[in-house]
Design a protein around this ligand. Structure first.
Ligand code: SF4
Length: 254
């Protein structure tokens, strides 16, 4: 179903109306704080098998890897314990020559099954956020995560797991050369900016990674359970768009 721009803004919470297009979103069981940006917990029968604890291992060098080599290494990676319960590693999806790079936290249950990031309810919201900006996944947009394998029970990835997976994300960024990076939630902020301050303290100002402007905002899964925050997320996306446009016209004010 295609939505008008007004309907997309309604989805973003910029209107007082809030309409869910499909089934109702289940309330999460976890604490209602912005630090808890993961998708709502989903029962995971595979958790009944106790995983072997595995300390993160350094991954093979990916500095010079092209896309096929990077994809192969990620698919075969066993550098941290998240490899043990994944169905598949989820590298990312989208335009390989993007203006925008969105980075989330990690695959959830649906992403683990389908091999694509942001395909659940949070993904639908992200797609509507993109549509409100007149962009779409696969069209000048690439979407990736801080970790490529699903954390069991959709828990937040450990710092050691994010550190183990970071070289893959760094290589993706080097290959993609996006014009702006949008960090969706604390895990992405931790991985790219090495900053553990609250998102409310970090949003509203551009940062930089490897010469690329970076904007911080909330994870769509958090927005689904904190609807009033969607207006702030919209402000953040508008800031990211200004940062992007300023590269072509530096005289534009932020
Ligand atoms: Fe490897 Fe990253 Fe998966 Fe850990 S999360 S096993 S580092 S691909």
């Amino acid at each position: 179903m295609s939505l008008s721009r007004e309907q997309m803004l309604v989805e973003m919470g910029i209107s007082p109306l809030w309409v869910l297009r499909d089934k109702a979103v289940a309330e999460p069981a976890g604490p209602d704080v912005e630090e808890n940006t993961a998708a709502p917990p989903v029962a995971d029968v595979r958790q009944t098998v106790a995983p072997t604890i595995q300390a993160p291992m350094p991954i093979a060098a990916v500095d010079g890897a092209n896309w096929p080599e990077l994809a192969r290494q990620v698919a075969e990676c066993k550098a941290c314990g998240l490899c043990q319960q994944r169905k598949q590693a989820v590298l990312g999806v989208g335009d390989l020559n993007p203006d925008w790079l969105f980075i989330g936290e990690g695959p959830g249950a649906e992403e683990d099954l389908k091999g694509e990031p942001f395909v659940g309810q949070a993904g639908k919201l992200l797609d509507n956020m993109l549509a409100a900006l007149d962009i779409a996944r696969g069209n000048k947009v690439y979407i990736a995560n801080a970790v490529k394998c699903r954390p069991p029970g959709n828990r937040t990835p450990e710092a050691s797991e994010m550190a183990a997976c970071r070289p893959y994300l760094e290589r993706q960024i080097a290959l993609l050369k996006p014009k702006v990076i949008v960090l969706l939630g604390k895990a992405a902020v931790h991985t790219i900016l090495h900053d553990d301050k609250s998102l409310s303290a970090l949003r509203g100002q551009p940062f930089e990674y490897a010469g690329i402007p970076v904007v911080v905002t909330y994870h769509p899964a958090y927005l689904l359970r904190n609807l009033p925050e969607k207006a702030k997320a919209w402000e953040d996306l508008l800031l990211a768009r200004k940062v992007l446009r300023q590269q072509a016209a530096p005289e534009l004010p932020l």
